[in-house]
Design a protein around this ligand. Structure first.
Ligand SMILES: C[S@@+](CC[C@H](N)C(=O)[O-])C[C@H]1O[C@@H](n2cnc3c(N)ncnc32)[C@H](O)[C@@H]1O
Length: 377
């Protein structure tokens, strides 16, 4: 079988230099050889990176608690869809469903869980992880652009937007990937009107020597989400920033490649074998949500959000199965990793947007009450 590098070089020879987003699309999502399509371990200790659900089930359990509260704010409807975008291996869904069944039976009865996963290799793994849930009809695969029968809906995305292909802009233009003597080389083309508009509205213009990411695909996905939610919530958790932070000189040039838990700035090494990602522009996402009738609540850090949900019962959700002091100590460390600044607590942010729900009621949700940061508009 052809190597991915070869496949990309062939495409460049046929089409000419390709936009960076196309290069990234092939590296991550080529149906046979892309990073997320291969049957390999990307997640967890044996893989390349940890996401919150790899750290401990408490992440999904706390979110289950928050989803249940959202369901009550929506008036405890008989049926509610929870749509997860980019669920990976399905661990988060498993934790949410198990905890809801155990702790929130009324909410669990109303819940219909829809998974939107692009990679067929990951869909196969999800089918194994959640086989009993599929059989009982509690869980189904779906598409991002489906409107869930006018049920209220919560759209949830953890580390989804950071994995969407983006463009890279510098003062020289918009990045193109070319090939020369068996190597990928960078060239620059004039930026498109959409790219310029994105910089004007949601970002800053790159200084000489600087690079910035422009994720037009994230904007498209956000538009689809906001227009398919008639009544409900959108919750996105990811590493990211606001425009104010970029204006203050931070979060410029955040693209990175990750392989076996180490980070490199070179996306051209080992295509298909390493993840490529960038920080998420929350100002841009919030603007699209707003344009499509959603209300953006205060952007929280993951720390504020999880502390707000967990403090109600002193994080009992984390420690329920711990019998021995050593077990308790281990879980305390995992929890610490999720909430402290040195772990994932400060770099990860939570954007909650709502539609058709009273704002005052939303503001009392546990995850939004803890800490306040400037509202993203
Ligand atoms: C960084 S992983 C995060 C996985 C999971 N949410 C977690 O936290 O462990 C990104 C996931 O999004 C999926 N993905 C990327 N683009 C997608 C799209 N357009 N539709 C559905 N899933 C997508 C990838 O296949 C991958 O499973």
């Amino acid at each position: 079988m052809k190597e991915l590098r070869q496949k990309i070089e062939d495409e460049i020879r046929e089409r000419g230099p390709i936009p960076f987003s196309r290069y990234m699309e092939l590296c991550l999502y080529d149906p046979e050889l892309g990073y997320y399509s291969r049957n390999a371990a990307q997640f967890g200790k044996a893989g390349d990176f940890y996401t919150s659900s790899d750290v401990h089930a408490v992440f999904g359990r706390l979110l289950a608690r928050q989803f249940e509260e959202m369901w009550r704010v929506l008036g405890s409807p008989d049926r509610m869809t929870l749509k997860e975008l980019g669920p990976g291996r399905g661990l988060f869904a498993q934790d949410v469903l198990d905890w809801s069944e155990k702790k929130f039976p009324d909410f669990f009865r109303a819940l219909h869980y829809v998974l939107v996963e692009r990679s067929s290799a990951l869909r196969e793994r999800i089918e194994q992880v959640l086989s009993a849930r599929f059989e009982s009809g509690k869980v189904a695969f779906g598409r991002g652009d489906e409107t869930p029968e006018h049920n209220p809906v919560i759209v949830f995305a953890n580390e989804f937007f950071d994995a969407l292909p983006f463009e890279i802009l510098s003062s020289e233009g918009s990045l193109r990937v070319d090939t020369r003597e068996g190597h990928f080389v960078e060239t620059w083309a004039p930026p498109s009107p959409q790219e310029m508009e994105f910089l004007d509205r949601y970002s800053v213009h790159p200084e000489p020597g600087e690079r910035l990411e422009v994720s037009l695909l994230a904007q498209e996905e956000m538009q689809v989400i906001a227009s398919t939610v008639h009544r409900g919530f959108f919750v996105a958790i990811d590493y990211g920033f606001t425009r104010e932070e970029q204006l203050a000189g931070r979060h410029r040039g955040t693209m990175k490649s990750i392989r076996q838990h180490s980070v490199s700035a070179n996306p051209y090494e080992a295509p298909g074998e390493q993840d490529i990602t960038a920080d998420v522009n929350f100002t841009a996402l919030a603007a699209i949500a707003d344009r499509h009738g959603m209300y953006n609540h205060k952007l929280q850090t993951q720390s504020q959000f999880l502390l707000g949900i967990g403090e109600v019962n002193q994080f009992a959700d984390a420690f329920e199965e711990c019998r021995l002091p050593q077990e308790h100590a281990k879980v305390a460390l995992q929890l610490k990793h999720l909430v402290t600044p040195a772990g994932m607590g400060e770099s990860f942010h939570v954007l909650v947007a709502s539609k058709g729900v009273e704002k005052d009621k939303v503001a009392t949700l546990a995850g939004l009450e803890f800490g306040a940061k400037a509202r993203v508009t």
